[in-house]
Design a protein around this ligand. Sequence first.
Ligand SMILES: Nc1ncnc2c1ncn2[C@@H]1O[C@H](COP(=O)(O)OP(=O)(O)OP(=O)(O)O)[C@@H](O)[C@H]1O
Ligand SMILES: [Mg+2]
Length: 404
Amino acid sequence: MGICLSARINESPSNTGLSSKYVSSDGKDTSSTSSKASSFSAPLTPRSEGEILQSPNLKCFSFAYLKMATRNFRPDSVLGEGGFGSVFKAWIDENSLAAAKPGTGTVIAVKRLNQDGFQGHREWLAEVNYLGQLYHPHIVKLIGYCLEDEHRLLVYEFMPRGSLENHLFRRGTYFQPLSWSLRMKVALGAAKGLAFLHSAETKVIYRDFKTSNVLLDSNYNAKLSDFGLAKDGPTGDKSHVSTRVMGTYGYAAPEYLATGHLTARSDVYSFGVVLLEMLSGRRAVDKNRPSGEHNLVEWAKPYLANKRKIFRVLDNRLEGQYSMEAAFKAAALALRCLSAEAKFRPRMNEVVTALEQLQDSGECGSNPNNISSKPRIRRRSTGDTSNGRSTAAYPRPSASPLYA
Ligand SMILES: Nc1ncnc2c1ncn2[C@@H]1O[C@H](COP(=O)(O)OP(=O)(O)OP(=O)(O)O)[C@@H](O)[C@H]1O
Ligand SMILES: [Mg+2]
């Protein structure tokens, strides 16, 4: 979750009058997914702040309690930092909800808003609103929140393997490169989460799909986190929701950037960017690359469209782990998601089906939980010499806003 800061896209001046949360339209996006059966959701109707905070599924924590559980927000318990604030690891006793000794009880992640102002509160409340109502195996569980004076915190289930971003782009002994089969497993899990959000019953547009918002449990099951920018999808006969342009550089769909018109297909584009990051091991935006390679989508698209050239895009560290067929299919799927025209992008439930077929065909390796799978076929060499060789961490996406 974050605020309109750093790598985020600022509000578009041309769209500033159009940010009403329930400006809505269209009912055409009716994708569904097989994972729906195991999820719980109710039709999301607009709720007042009071109603949101009284959600029966959420616990209301006092600030003093969370301060104790995080041992006064100790710097050595920080799990990560985003635009919203820092995320701390803490332990609580499940039954009494008393703070527990580190290493005992239930592990939780506590996110603390460090920004003042209306925008921070609005995103905080949106998160409480959506995660208080949406339950799904591929959506992170919000346990509760704290709203006390100026303090705003969120309490989540702890995701032991952290974010996909760390696994793809951090170098170091803890973060070994994800294998091809694990990348496909994560892609499928995240796709199921998005498909659930877009389904007829839920109809939510996520608007902030990126690698740092895909969290991983101990078995590399992906869960979407950060619903601060999520929006109710269009209803009735309208085709889109009109919004301020918010999101993160490199992930937002071109038509959304140009018009502020938001549809479920905007999320599909962002999914295509993340799939491409998984296939290539490159960040969506990376100013440290040679000129012409800063924007991943622009650089990779011509290669993805050519079967003989897609290997130039694929991550060197995946060498020998995938079949040609699987690589073609995954690249073709990414390319469809990245179609400049939204109508040519698949719906998320089609993406789920395509990724399931890829797994069922055995083209993703036999055991997706193996960090390194046995070589299946060696691919041709690539021109990308920077992948997999550096020991330095990649920088986060560029901080410059699109709209000044
Ligand atoms: N429930 C969780 N369990 C474990 N780690 C988490 C959890 N939530 C967040 N983190 C860690 O904290 C980091 C920061 O998360 P946060 O959502 O605040 O920012 P971000 O997603 O990196 O950036 P942005 O503010 O742009 O969304 C994540 O990248 C992840 O590593
Ligand atoms: Mg996040």
